[in-house]
Design a protein around this ligand. Sequence first.
Ligand code: G3P
Length: 222
Amino acid sequence: MKLVLDTANIEKVKEYIEYLPVEGVTTNPSILKKEGGVEPIQHLKRLQEIIGRDKDLHVQVIANDYQGILDDAHRIVENINDRVCVKVPVTNDGLKAIKRLTREGIRITATAIYTDMQALLAAEMGAEFLAPYINRMENLGIDPYETIYWLNGQLERSGLETKILAASFKNVSQVTKTLSAGAEWVTLGEGVVDKLLGHANVQEAVRDFSKDWEDVYGRQIF
Ligand code: G3P
């Protein structure tokens, strides 16, 4: 598993990189909104600094039309850095922009993916990452795991190096099923990250060990 954080919260990112194998941070306008009107360029630069220049920061365009997406992508790269992954929603204009931007050498994360065809077309246009929305697909009655399995086969067959970076999770079970279906990368929000190690039985076991030692030997190990 390659773990990416789906949050723009500086304190949480700082905390997670201490004990989790974090490969990057994904953001979108809704995630940034939660940070309460921060200055976006400085905030995004700070996130990149915290995770390190060798890790991926994903930043989404806000325009929906072809020219607007190109302009947003150029502004993102110019203002943040040239290895940032620009997130582009997979629409007709989005695909057209992905084709152009990848030719310019800009890294692309194709996002807002609900269908297998959206994903495959974005990969063929040169996207580096594909972000299928697992929970949102399930909500619509689309099986995201079948989609990932199928997509993986297609990517292998075409020899494309595009990576599946699954997104939109609401629980850990969705994450394990996504990994079993063949995705290697997942981006998780705080609600799910906090549950990865949060099983009550783990805490209980740790407390029991400490108490048993303490009962016999006191608070120090030796
Ligand atoms: O990374 C995309 C993700 O943020 C969408 O998640 O929770 O809004 O479905 P959600």
